[in-house]
Design a protein around this ligand. Structure first.
Ligand code: NAP
Ligand code: ZN
Length: 353
């Protein structure tokens, strides 16, 4: 076992503070990773605040992890000390069931082991995430960082990126697809960049008039204000694919109305009950309302390789770990452009205190 310094919350809505905890000794198929960067996902705030009623405290969040290998177990074949690697939202699964064998480990029927607030499959111990110095991860769940992908900007691909990439690939977003992105935050801005890179015509639907210029700079062709009912009416039936990243309960009907024939709206943000869905809106135009949960390891690797090849990089605001609580507050009040990434070397300053 190795002692690890990290940042944890000890109860709902509490500030994150330094914590020392133990990382497990390396198993034969484990990779030990020193963490260089960790993205700050809205899910981290949800989990810290126990919004999903499943948080075990203390919680060390962080599932957008970039770093390098410091040691490998005796059976590890794909990685060696010094390799640049990444870790996303899962660190283990059964690897036997149908979803696992079809590269959908995130849908493991026995439940994937999440990177934090999960349960280690062998010991039952709670997992701790990437707001920390280092992590130990089963080889199959470690991603290879392409050499031409700048590690300072790669972290948000591990959750925000894959969460929007996976459904875009599943539903065939490509050249000329008419795509709308609801909510221009961490996930939304990646949806704009990736859909644009795939050749789609992209519209951002936002509550924030002040984000219109940014949306266009990120690649969007059009911007719609969701509270402009005339503009929303005018866009009825306009889209083939809509991705809805709103992080809380909301009314999906105004967005469903925007889907054209056979259009698909993929919900990724709100995991609570929604306002009632209007059946007529779904039935008309053969519309589909779908959900999507992050993505499997193979898909994440495909995304990292795509982003390296096309130089699609998240827009990151780099922060010191000591500023994590301010970052959480800003995230909750919709003041982030467009993903906070923690420079984990700043943990050294905390260690000296
Ligand atoms: P974020 O950076 O806070 O972005 C969310 C965006 O939604 C905001 O920037 C805002 O955009 C819009 N928004 C916020 N509150 C709203 C409201 N009440 N009504 C309408 N629009 C609102 O969050 P994120 O990191 O992108 O995460 C988004 C959600 O996805 C979170 O709930 C997170 O837990 C979830 N998530 C799901 C998965 C999955 O696998 N399905 C994976 C990762 C994250 P505008 O200012 O443009 O309106
Ligand atoms: Zn996330």
């Amino acid at each position: 076992m190795t002692t690890c310094l990290g940042f944890a919350a000890h109860e709902a809505h509490a500030a994150l503070t330094p914590i020392r905890f133990e990382r497990r000794a390396l198993r034969a198929d484990d990779v030990a990773i020193d963490i260089a960067y960790c993205g700050v996902c809205h899910s981290d705030a949800h989990q810290v605040n126990n919004d999903w009623n499943n948080t075990v405290y203390p919680i060390v969040p962080g599932h957008e992890i970039v770093g390098h290998v410091t040691a490998v177990g005796s059976d590890v074949t794909r990685f060696k000390v010094g390799d640049r690697v990444a870790v996303g939202c899962q660190v283990d699964s059964c690897l036997q069931c149908a979803p696992c064998s079809e590269h959908q480990e995130q849908l493991c029927i026995h439940g994937p082991t999440t990177t934090y607030n999960g349960k280690d499959r062998q010991t039952g111990e709670i997992t701790y995430g990437g707001y920390s110095e280092h992590i130990v991860v089963r080889e199959q769940f470690v991603l290879r960082m392409p050499v031409n992908l700048d590690p300072r900007y790669a972290a948000p691909l591990l959750c925000a990126g894959i969460t929007v990439w996976n459904p875009m690939r599943r539903y065939g977003v490509g050249k000329g697809s008419k795509v709308a992105v609801v909510g221009l935050g961490g996930l939304g801005h990646m949806a704009v960049k990736l859909a644009t890179a795939l050749g789609a015509e992209v519209t951002v639907i936002t509550t924030s008039p002040g984000k219109a210029d940014d949306a266009r700079t990120l690649g969007a062709n059009h911007v719609l204000l969701s509270n402009d009912s005339a503009a929303m009416q005018a866009a009825a039936n306009a889209f083939e694919f809509i991705i809805d990243t709103i992080p809380s309960r909301h009314n999906v009907n105004p967005y469903l109305m925007l889907l054209g024939r056979e259009g698909v709206l993929v919900l990724v943000g709100a995991i609570e009950p929604l306002e009632p869905i209007h059946g007529g809106l779904l039935i008309r135009n053969n519309r589909t309302l779908a959900g999507s949960l992050v993505g499997g390891i193979q898909a994440i690797q495909e995304l990292l390789d795509f982003c390296a090849e096309h130089q699609v990089l998240p827009s990151c605001e780099m922060i010191d770990i000591k500023d994590i609580n301010t970052a959480f507050e800003r995230l909750q009040r919709n003041d982030v452009k467009y993903r906070f990434v923690i420079d984990m070397t700043t943990l050294r300053d905390v260690a000296l205190l």
